[in-house]
Design a protein. Sequence first.
Length: 352
Amino acid sequence: MTLGDVAHRLRCSFLPGKNDTVVNQMRSFVVGPPIPLDEGAILERNRPYLIPLRERLRLPNRVRARANPKSSTGRLDVFTRVITDRSGMFDDVKGGYRGPLFLEVVPRSFAIMVKTGLALNQLRIMRGEIDVSDAEIRAAHKVDPILFRNGQPVDRRDVYAQGGLWLTLDLLKRGDEPVGYRAKRNSSLIDLSAIGGHDPEEFWENVVPEVGNRVVLEPEDFYLLLSAEGVRVPPQYAAEMTAFDPAGGEVRTHYAGFFDPGFGHDPAGLFSQGSRAALEIRAHDVPFAVDHLQRVCSLRFERMAGEPFALYGSQRGSHYQGQMSTLSKHFRVDNRPDQQTFTRSVTRRRRG
């Protein structure tokens, strides 16, 4: 879905409730005049904005929808949620909804520039029962592996499924090589229309684990880390990563969290270990220690109505298939040696 013509600066977030519209409720919370987006506008850090989307919905009664940020949006620590009329929930659109869509946007780590037509989030349309049980996913992994580690399918006895397949952190110390990145404070502006146009060193610090393969997360800092597992989503499924689980500590994991059918699935055979998941992590309240192979989040699978005509990664525009780096598409590759290594490896295999 795409941004409309203006953004409204808010003093706080809100929901309209089941008896009111977004436009009527927002009058109490808007600060200042509308901000035109047609030529681009800067959204400040830690300020909520409400942006009408260009699209509207007209859902049949038995069809509902769910929204989530795009992967690149989450990797920039931009918090987004869809709001609809007469609703007390973010991102969930009830069956039969007919009306406008609004997007709440909160840049957390960086000031961002956005413009009309830019896509920050996406919408999934669903009908009927879509949830997949843990038993079915374990059985599917046994037949056609979903999780890989160290280049090999994870042994079915080591597959932990409780409310979804759990993923662990890759914090293995490899000399001075980074295992991820931490957002710098008071960085420059990120233009969301400039793909590959930003120097990562201006925005990110390398995260190198301590001896013992441990990283201490500082409160409210934003981290990009990788899963130890490669994930392969079979074409008949999609998956969503849980954003937070109290059992994992006071840590929020992943803001986007949607895995398209075919993520990490490669019919051409250029890679056969799945794609590692980028984990967007923030600790709250106190410093929080995480260790190598610590479970931090789970993947809940959803059943597709049919096998897609085109899988993720099969067409131009799938930026994170086979990823070895957590940074978004907005940053240059030349300062990302881990991504260069992956690119050279794939190139050699194609030539072979």
